[in-house]
Design a binder for this molecule. Sequence first.
Ligand SMILES: [Zn+2]
Length: 190
Amino acid sequence: MGTAAVADNLEAEQEELFRQMIHDEVDKWVDELVVDVFDKDNQPTLMELSELFTKTRQQFLGACLQRVIEQKYSYLLAQVYSPCPKCGKSCKSRRYSSKQIVTMQGDSELNRPWFYCTDCSLGFCPLDEVLEISRKQHQFDIQKKAVNLSADVTFARARGAALLRRPPLTISGSLYCFIPDKLSYLITSR
Ligand SMILES: [Zn+2]
């Protein structure tokens, strides 16, 4: 068998394994849902069903994200030697180090090899470099969202303050039909 054929087989095996892992996670999610949803004495409302999905999907998607990483970067998780990022010296893995991460998808756990270069006194995890993992528990997608939200709130406050400083609105009768009820109430009651 040629090198390309071996690589194709490995890829297919990896894909099949990943598919199976995701199916297992779906089964776990369904198991969790059926307990609450299909109990004969329970008649959940749409809001309760939606809240149940919101609550359980984080756990499900966080687990799926973890599986994707474990399969996509399996070679980094099995790595025994890695070059030091500072001096290039080959370093042997000292131990596995577990890290809890929180993304927009939910919670995941990464158990990856940790290396230490004695020449540079530097500890490092190659997987963290490739994935660009934050040192904090909350990852960059959440940090970005928090910054955007904060900017939105600041903008909304500034806009609100500017609106309050504006002179009273004068709107012709024909335009009122395009203004939602609540807004037209606010305008007319000022
Ligand atoms: Zn080094």
